[in-house]
Write a protein that binds this ligand. Structure first.
Ligand code: ATP
Length: 351
């Protein structure tokens, strides 16, 4: 296969299992995110691919070649770390082509390459500048250019944007994705930011305690999370304790709701949780009757201009509905209301 294959990869540090039995195929040219909470093993997995750690079990294969026992410098991999690790005493151009210099590539060739790469990362004409004269975002681009200098087969990024302020970070996400599409280079980014993962990736690998919790296209995972953990980690969701009530039916707070279907693997005795995204929940005045609705009281309205969230207490459960200003429900704090959980938006998960 063309691309990266991880076969039964595990990594133990003493008694800690950082990565456990990971199997993953990443086709050539794809942009993949390793996403998960702190300590779930995503950085370790990236470092194993880079050859900065040695796996306890398993194999790493790139374009059919077994890399498992190869040192980092023979893996043809470009890396960008959170710290960037640029050399402060070297110019921008020298930083970018440092690895070429080590390989004995001639100065004029290196300079030409540095200029090309600076053009590519939209930072032309700064090859002779000192690193300290650049802003955070510009340094980020230099680190990316340096990682691409040797035309790697694989581009690995470990939380590369986390030091940037929120606005610049969002701009760089889009820029990086456009650059990756232009180059067609297989890329993996480690992040704990679900929005970043969803913005950039063809596929997201959601990790939880050393294992893969789910792999899929961002929107597929968002719409069909495999577990309550994934539903909560990718976006926000109303996660409601429920009971099976036969067929596609469930009960929440003693009231029956239709759903799109229960998982085939669910046994009758299994407990369930229903995940409903806030943007799918509708809030109506109390007199408004219809299917899949329950009564509640508005406890809070969060209006941030671009969206409005309505918090509704329905018995023991709190449900949050989100709407655009145009679709804002005609309700106020303290109102008794009806909340609709549309059947097709009720994703039933094993508790
Ligand atoms: P973060 O987002 O905080 O960086 P992560 O998901 O990248 O977290 P890892 O850094 O891969 O997680 O760590 C996974 C587990 O392995 C953690 O329990 C961590 O303490 C442990 N670990 C990582 N590196 C080492 C090491 N060199 N020695 C011992 N334990 C380690």
């Amino acid at each position: 296969m063309s691309g990266l294959e991880l076969q039964n990869i595990s990594k133990r540090f003493g008694s800690v299992t950082a990565v456990s039995d990971i199997n993953l195929n990443i086709p050539e040219g794809r942009f993949i995110s390793f996403l998960g909470p702190s300590g779930c093993g995503k950085t370790t997995l990236l470092r194993l691919i880079a050859g900065l750690e040695t796996s306890t079990t398993g194999q790493i294969v790139l374009d059919g070649e077994d890399l498992t026992d190869k040192p980092t410098h023979q893996r043809n991999i470009g890396m960008v770390f959170q710290s960037l690790a640029l050399f402060p005493h070297l110019s921008v151009g020298e930083n970018i082509t440092y690895s070429q210099k080590i390989r004995g590539i001639e100065k004029t060739v290196r300079r030409k390459r540095a200029d090309e790469l600076l053009e590519l990362v939209q930072l032309p004409g700064v090859a002779d500048r000192n690193i300290s004269q650049l802003s955070g975002g510009q340094r980020q681009r230099v680190a990316i250019a340096r990682a691409l200098a040797l035309e790697p087969k694989l581009f690995l990024l470990d939380e590369p944007l986390s030091a940037l302020d929120a606005k610049l970070r969002e701009e760089m996400q889009v820029e990086l994705r456009i650059l990756q599409e232009r180059l067609g280079i297989t890329t993996i980014i480690v992040t704990h930011d679900q929005r970043e993962a969803m913005t950039m990736s063809d596929e997201v690998v959601v990790m939880s305690t050393a294992r893969i919790a789910q792999v899929g296209a961002p929107l597929d995972i968002y719409r069909n999370p495999a577990s309550a953990f994934v539903a909560e980690f990718i976006g926000t969701s109303n996660l409601l304790k429920a009971q099976q009530a036969g067929g596609n039916k469930i009960t929440i707070e003693g009231q029956t709701f239709e759903t799109d279907g229960l998982p085939d693997t669910l046994k009758p005795e299994d407990g369930i949780i229903v995940s409903v995204r806030p943007e799918d929940v509708h809030v109506y005045p109390e007199s408004n009757e219809g299917p899949n609705r329950m009564s509640g009281t508005v406890t809070f309205l969060r209006d941030v201009g671009a969206s409005v969230e309505t918090f509704v207490q329905c018995g023991d459960v709190q449900i949050v509905a989100m709407a655009t200003p145009k679709d804002r429900p005609d309700v106020s704090k303290g109102d008794n209301v009806k909340v609709e959980l549309p059947a097709e938006s009720c994703v039933v998960l094993k508790a």
